[in-house]
Design a protein around this ligand. Structure first.
Ligand code: ATP
Length: 772
């Protein structure tokens, strides 16, 4: 072995020894967490409070265990050595030695100490002498890459990486798996600044395809959970993505960073109790997403607050016919509306006026003095009459007819059956026949219906008086229980402390510091579900932070829903208006944010494309220039030398030619020793023919992205990436929707290595560069 080889072997051995110590420590912590879970779970008690405490403790220790299990792969990935020789290892979570000083062993990548690992450069070394990337497979250290920050430092390890980008390029070139990986080892400086940007306010991250917007958004969520753990663990973080397949694609990133308590959802999943499995035509979705739908629904609801025309006759069981005239009902309606309360909560005010008027009418009739004197009924009689009126099923039916108690589902379903407030063409596009049985469960709700349901729920309000009464009763029981506990505690005082000389004992009993009410409140936290689980079940939950990916796709109505879930407006929105495909989507951030945040939001941009090689990006940019002649794409960090392959065939042969090109590409990938993933992206109408030609491909509503070949339309491909992409009938995608240019741009920018295009030879290529 040469001296250099010996030096390298020694360096690698040292690093391996340290990494092994880290894994030993991880194992110990895991064993402790496992034991703690077992001990907590084994505690048997008949006392409710003890059971609750046990469940909370099991949940806490299980969460800790899940975190420790999640960081197994790539536990430690970096090391920084400062100018004064102090060294820190950087990893997925922080760990300390089990010594008296609790010496730090591994620094969490999110800790301030780790920051130079991401930001230091030769020009601004931030006090570093050297930065090392440590690559591991399992628990074995397989490679080291060192960057020298202090040019005066002449020591060499043999692992120097002169360009400092070997680890990044290796990550970008690695075969895709159908699941997004974290980028914690190679976060770039421009990305790091966004990840660690302040927690409050609305931060918009804009960038072209492949600039790492999704990766940055997810790492930002992990960072915020670390930096503001207390607040966010209670209020939870919500991550919104465009469709379930995309959420599956990104779903492993946060767990790999040790964060498991985050809610991932599409907007269509944010109305508890409704599963939006239906589909709208693009036009119907666009109409339902318009901001004016808020007004339309409010007017629809106002129409449900009806008036008798001219009178409503109520046949009372005991007292004959009562007559409710239009003026009385109108007055009651005005008063109920004037309360400013949502519809269902204003209903008692309406009912009160109606009952009052009917009682008066009946009292006039029954108590009328035949001799013309004053009414013969006294106030007690009148109160009794009022009770009878209020309890009468006929009167209740009349109130229901004029001011019905409604659910959001009823209001929206009714509107969609007869969207009379829309112009006739729009109405025809959104109209949906009544379900045969009228039962909610049978309505095929669509994702675009969900913001309408949420709007309706806001307008209606929830009559939670029964739930509140139950909660009050429960609290009273807890107070009584607490009084019992405190009395016992006080009773035992004499025995406990009587014989003690020091009256100012530091031991405090419960009765010394709290009263029964506070004691009861302290034990109120009985819900052991995580904040994310509770948030998922609660329509009115206010999240601590919301991250919206592909934010450009959301409709104005979807934004109304999301803003209600974020009263503090602590949000990170990432997207690219050039990729907007949804007809309901927005073109500018101002359009989205002005109504909610005015000028108080910040725009940041990412400008380097980590995904798409320069050769592919050149073709995609030509497409974009059809809409924006001066368009400049984000700079690709790599160039592969592999130019896109274009084939032109007669239209009937498109599917067959695409299948042929696909199998050629799969073979080429295999010959390179690359497993990887391949996507065939085509207009929706071609998918069945392609599926017949590609029997092993996964396709459909929620394709399995881990399969070797998947078949998608351009909308489904949004946000995803594959080693190789074959785009079929690009002009078909271009002409397929009003935002077809954006759709084609998305389709062409999904590949990390190769792009193939199969086009109809009888249509003129658009742009000209798509010609073979
Ligand atoms: N710093 C980095 N280190 C390693 N890989 C990175 C880095 N930044 C981005 N990537 C990779 O680049 C690819 C593109 O990232 P991402 O999907 O986040 O981009 P995007 O801007 O959301 O793209 P699009 O708008 O096209 O959906 C991913 O594979 C991601 O892991």
């Amino acid at each position: 072995m040469s001296n250099e080889e010996l030096r390298e072997a020694r360096e690698l051995r040292h690093e391996q020894q340290f990494v092994s110590v880290l894994y030993e420590r991880l194992d110990t912590l895991r064993e402790q967490a496992e034991a703690a879970v077992e001990v907590s779970a084994g505690q048997v008690s008949t006392v409710r409070q003890a059971r609750v405490e046990r469940d909370i403790s099991v949940a806490e220790h299980s969460g800790r265990l899940a975190t420790l299990n999640a960081v197994e792969s790539g536990l430690c990935f970096g090391r920084i050595v400062s100018a004064d020789g102090v060294s820190h290892h950087i990893g997925r979570l922080g760990m300390r030695r089990d010594d008296q000083e609790r010496t730090p062993l591994l620094i969490d990548w999110r800790a301030p100490v780790a920051r130079p690992f991401y930001l230091a450069t030769g020009y601004t070394p931030m006090g570093l002498r050297r930065r090392r990337h440590i690559t591991t497979r399992g628990r074995e250290v397989t490679a080291l890459h060192d960057e020298i920050m202090d040019l005066a430092d002449t020591t060499r390890t043999g692992f120097e990486d002169p360009d400092g980008d070997a680890v990044l390029l290796s990550a970008l070139n690695s075969a895709r798996t159908g699941r997004m990986s974290d980028i914690v080892q190679t976060i770039q400086a421009e990305q790091d600044r966004i990840i660690r940007a302040p927690y409050c306010g609305v931060l918009v991250v804009e960038g072209g395809p492949g600039t790492g917007k999704t990766a940055v958004a997810l790492h930002r969520a992990a960072y915020l959970l670390y930096a503001h753990r207390e607040q966010l663990a209670r209020r939870a973080v919500l991550i919104v993505g465009p469709n379930p397949a995309f959420l599956g694609y990104i779903g492993e990133v946060l767990p790999s960073l040790g964060e498991t308590g985050v809610l991932l959802a599409t907007v269509g999943e944010l109305f508890p109790g409704v599963r939006a499995t239906g589909t709208d035509t693009p036009r119907a979705a666009e109409i339902k997403g318009r901001a004016e739908m808020a007004r339309v629904l409010a007017e629809e609801l106002a129409d449900r607050q009806t008036l008798p025309d001219p009178v409503l006759e109520i046949a009372h069981e005991d007292h004959g016919t009562l007559v409710l005239d239009r003026a009385t009902a109108e007055e009651a309606r005005r008063r109920a509306r004037d309360t400013g309360l949502p519809h269902n909560l204003a209903r008692p005010a309406f009912a009160f006026r109606i009952i009052d008027a009917l009682t008066e009418q009946l009292a006039d009739r029954i108590g009328a003095d035949p001799l013309g004197g004053p009414n013969l009924l006294d106030p007690t009689d009148i109160a009794q009459l009022g009770k009878e009126i209020a309890g009468s099923p006929e009167v209740q039916a009349a109130i229901d007819a004029l001011w019905p108690s409604l659910t959001a589902q009823e209001l929206v379903a009714g509107f969609l059956e007869d969207p009379a407030r829309l112009d006739p063409e729009d109405a025809a596009a959104v109209r949906r026949p009544a379900p045969r049985t009228g039962a909610d469960a049978r309505i095929d709700w669509t994702p675009a219906d969900v913001p309408l349901l949420d709007e309706a729920a806001e307008l209606l309000g929830e009559d939670d008086s029964a739930a509140r009464a139950a909660a009050a009763r429960e609290r009273q029981e807890r107070i009584e229980y607490a009084q019992g506990v405190l009395e016992l505690s006080y009773g035992s005082r004499t025995q406990e402390f009587e014989d003690r000389e020091d009256e100012d004992s530091e031991v405090l009993a419960a009765h010394d510091i709290i009263d029964a009410e506070r004691f009861a409140d302290r034990h109120e936290e009985t819900d052991t579900r995580s904040a994310a689980e509770r948030a998922a079940a609660d329509r009115t939950w206010a999240f601590g932070h919301i991250v919206v990916d592909e934010a450009q796709e959301l409709s104005a109505m979807a934004w109304r829903l999301l803003m209600r879930r974020s009263p503090s407006r602590s949000m990170t929105l990432v997207g690219d208006p050039a990729q907007t495909g949804d007809a309901a989507g927005c073109d500018t951030w101002e359009e989205i944010l002005r109504p909610y945040a005015g000028e108080r939001w910040e725009l940041t941009k990412l400008g380097v494309n980590y995904r798409t090689p320069a050769e592919i990006m050149a073709v995609a940019a030509e497409v974009r220039r059809l809409a924006e002649p001066g368009f400049e794409p984000p700079r690709s960090v790599r160039s592969t030398g592999a130019h896109p392959v274009v084939r032109a065939v007669p239209r009937p042969e498109l599917a067959h030619a695409a299948a042929e090109l696909t199998s050629e590409q799969v073979k080429e990938q295999a010959a390179e020793g690359r497993e990887g993933r391949l996507a065939v992206i085509a207009p929706q109408g071609l998918l069945p023919a392609l599926a017949a030609e590609l029997p092993d491909a996964s396709w459909g509503r929620t394709p399995d992205l881990t399969r070797r070949v998947v078949l998608l339309d351009a909308r489904q491909a949004k946000g995803l990436e594959f080693d190789t992409v074959v785009v079929v009938d690009p002009e078909g995608i271009l002409d397929g929707s009003p935002r077809g240019i954006n759709d084609l741009y998305v389709a062409l920018t999904r590949a990390t290595q190769r792009l193939g295009i199969v086009r109809d030879r009888d249509v003129p290529p658009r742009p000209a560069s798509l010609a073979p």
